[in-house]
Every structure is written in structure tokens, then in C-alpha cells.
Design a protein around this ligand. Structure first.
Ligand SMILES: NC(=O)c1ccc[n+]([C@@H]2O[C@H](COP(=O)([O-])OP(=O)(O)OC[C@H]3O[C@@H](n4cnc5c(N)ncnc54)[C@H](OP(=O)(O)O)[C@@H]3O)[C@@H](O)[C@H]2O)c1
Length: 323
């Protein structure tokens, strides 16, 4: 089956999924929760860890997922990915390896995206990238990951012209430059979460490609869910931006322009990404150039830097400076 046919076919691809145990970060809402729902509909799935920072929200999600799927296979793991201690504690609590790990938590960084965490990075970096890098590192050390890691990136990592999100314009993608993106100093007073988000996702995407070469026994797939409606992602944007994007743009104009699709379609990209081995380790898959929906393709077609192994290693080194 080609990627195109996978995504043009809205039906569940039964039988392809071989991952029995799966851990999803940020699984209480949006794409993470819908991914958990779709994976639970696959017969071979035996257990899904909902890694969430808030116990009440996690319990509510678990209850809703049990009701919608008719399956009692969900376990809660409390984990705040913006807090390295919380991530390490959660991995220690996990008493078995998982087949697949979906690094989904994140977004625009909540109400204080530019604030530095105790680990020295901005909240937007901590929640999208640093916590996930520490999580993968701990899981590998403890031999708690068997097959595949999927990182939720975004088309913003290569720029989305139609939405005014610039391609991350790093001068030389050195480790120092990546580190300055991660601690926020790169942006100085021009800290616009919409632009910073793309640069952080670019750093995460490059870190994943470096990981793919360092750990060839695990498949490291980077996947954007595409422009996905029905999530909580824009709730912390300033009122006017939120009104324009979430309540007018996303539901009315963006579908017409190929810039948004359903929650079901967004999550399905993650489900296919972990299930289908034709999604290659080290590659970043996302929508074609001028859309945020439809088939996914290797993004290095549009942004050559994604293939630069030196840049990838620099992102890897930079993120590890904050471990
Ligand atoms: N929606 C899109 O169009 C789109 C496009 C491209 C990429 N993405 C990416 O896809 C992923 C999911 O996005 P979404 O739209 O589903 O967002 P969402 O509806 O806002 O859900 C985000 C989830 O992540 C959790 N989360 C955030 N920070 C966390 C932390 N520090 N520790 C643990 N959990 C945390 C949230 O938990 P709380 O409920 O506790 O806040 C929530 O469960 C994100 O990485 C996003 O960047 C989304």
C-alpha cells in the first residue's frame, strides 16, 4: 500500500498493527486521545499507557476511552514532560517495556511559553522536545522500548507560508545555535510562540533523525498530524489570534484551502506511522508543500537541511546539554 492510499482510505487498517503495548504522552486530549482511541480499536493492541500530567484529566480521558471503545486496556502514567524529574520518575514506575512510544504532548507552550524551566530551556521547548528526549533516553537505558518511537512534529518545522509561519532560519544550525533556540535566547524580545514553535519542532525533528542513526534497532519516525481541528492547541493564543485561527479559520476557511482536517484524520497519521514499516526511520513525514492535509511525503524534498547529518548531530548535542 502506498502512503497516499493509506491516507486517502478513511477506514481503519486492521491487521497491520503489531504493537501490543503503546505509550502516548499528552493522551488526555486532542490528537493524543484520539490516537489512543483508534489504537484501542485494533484487536492486537493489549495495553495503552496514557502519559498525562494531570490525574483528574487522565482519569476522565480513561473513562471516556473505555466507554467509546468498550475495552479496559488503558493505564494512567503521571508524567509532566516539561519536568525532567517527573519524566524520570514515570519511566522508573513503568514496570514493563512498550513496543511503541508516541511523543505527542506539546503545542505552543501554554500561558508562559518563554519562561525557563529548572532545566534551562523555555517551556515551549521543554514540553515539545526536552522532556521527550529525556524520556527516550531513559527508556533506552532501561530497555523499556522495543520497536518504534514517533515524534509529533509539524509542517511549521519547514514553514507554512499560507499561515505566516516562517521556515526556521538558523544561520548555520550549529549546536550553539540550536541550544540558543532551546533556551529562548536566540529570539530575544521577538519571542513569538507561533515562530518559536516551528524552530523547536525543527530541532526535535533533527534530534529524531540523529537518534535513528545512533539506534538502528529502533524505528524513529517523525510525523506531523497535519492541520487538525477539534484540539485544545490554540487555547492559550491571544484572544484575536485564537478567534481568527481556532473559531473562524480552522473550521470554515482552512478546510477549503486544504489546511485543516478532522481529528480522526490527524490521529490516523500517528496510527499508521507506528504500524507501517514503510515509514522509514529518520525521515520526517508531513503534508505536501502548500497544504496541511492529504498524503504525507518526506519533507527533505522541500527543505534540504533536514537531510544534513551534521545539523542533525548538532541538534542532538544541543538538546543533551540540558539533560
Ligand atoms: N492540531 C494541529 O493542527 C497540530 C498540527 C501539527 C502538530 N501538532 C502537534 O500534535 C501534538 C498534539 O497536539 P493537539 O493539537 O492534540 O494539542 P492539544 O489538544 O492541546 O493536546 C495536547 C496534549 O498534550 C498535553 N501536554 C501539554 N503539555 C504537557 C506536558 N508538559 N506534560 C504532559 N502533557 C502535556 C496536554 O495536556 P493538558 O490537558 O494537561 O494540557 C494535552 O493532553 C502536539 O505536539 C502538537 O504540536 C498539532
Amino acid at each position: 500500500m502506498t502512503y497516499q492510499s493509506i491516507f486517502e482510505n478513511e477506514q481503519q487498517s486492521n491487521g497491520e498493527i503489531m504493537n501490543k503495548t503503546i505509550l502516548i504522552t499528552g493522551a488526555n486530549a486532542g490528537i493524543g486521545k484520539e490516537t489512543a482511541r483508534q489504537l484501542a480499536m485494533v484487536k492486537t493492541t493489549e495495553k495503552i499507557y496514557l502519559a498525562c500530567r494531570n490525574r483528574q484529566k487522565a482519569l476522565a480521558a480513561k473513562e471516556a476511552l473505555e466507554e467509546s471503545t468498550g475495552r479496559s486496556i488503558f493505564k494512567i502514567l503521571i508524567m509532566d514532560v516539561s519536568d525532567s524529574d517527573s519524566v524520570r520518575r514515570a519511566v522508573a514506575e513503568l514496570d514493563e517495556p512498550v513496543d511503541a512510544l508516541i511523543l505527542n504532548a506539546g503545542g505552543m507552550g501554554g500561558k508562559e511559553p518563554a519562561k525557563r524551566t529548572k532545566d534551562g530551556v523555555t517551556v515551549i521547548t521543554a514540553s515539545n522536545l526536552l522532556g521527550h528526549a529525556i524520556l527516550v533516553d531513559e527508556m533506552l537505558k532501561a530497555e523499556k522500548i522495543n520497536k518504534v518511537v514517533l515524534f509529533a512534529s509539524s509542517e511549521a518545522a519547514r514553514g507554512i507560508k499560507k499561515m505566516g509561519m516562517n521556515r526556521p532560519a538558523l544561520k548555520n544550525s550549529s549546536a550553539d545555535e540550536f541550544a540558543s533556540v532551546f533556551d529562548g535566547s536566540y529570539f530575544g524580545k521577538n519571542f513569538d510562540p507561533m515562530q518559536v514553535y516551528g524552530a523547536v519542532k525543527y530541532g526535535g525533528t533533527m534530534w529524531m533523525s540523529a537518534m535513528a542513526r545512533k539506534f538502528p534497532h529502533i524505528r524513529f519516525v517523525t510525523m506531523s498530524p497535519g492541520g487538525t481541528r477539534g484540539t485544545e492547541g490554540m487555547n492559550d493564543l491571544p484572544f484575536l489570534k485564537r478567534l481568527m485561527l481556532k473559531h473562524i479559520g480552522m473550521p470554515i476557511f482552512m478546510p477549503l484551502m486544504g489546511l485543516s482536517h478532522s481529528l480522526k484524520a490527524g490521529a490516523k497519521r500517528f496510527v499508521e506511522g507506528i504500524a507501517n514499516e514503510s515509514f522509514k526511520s529518520g525521515v520526517f513525514y508531513a503534508s505536501k508543500e502548500n497544504v496541511l492535509t492529504g498524503a504525507v511525503v518526506d519533507q527533505s524534498l522541500y527543505f534540504r537541511d533536514l537531510k544534513n547529518e551534521t545539523y542533525q548531530d548538532n541538534a542532538y548535542e544541543a538538546v543533551r546539554r540540558f539533560f
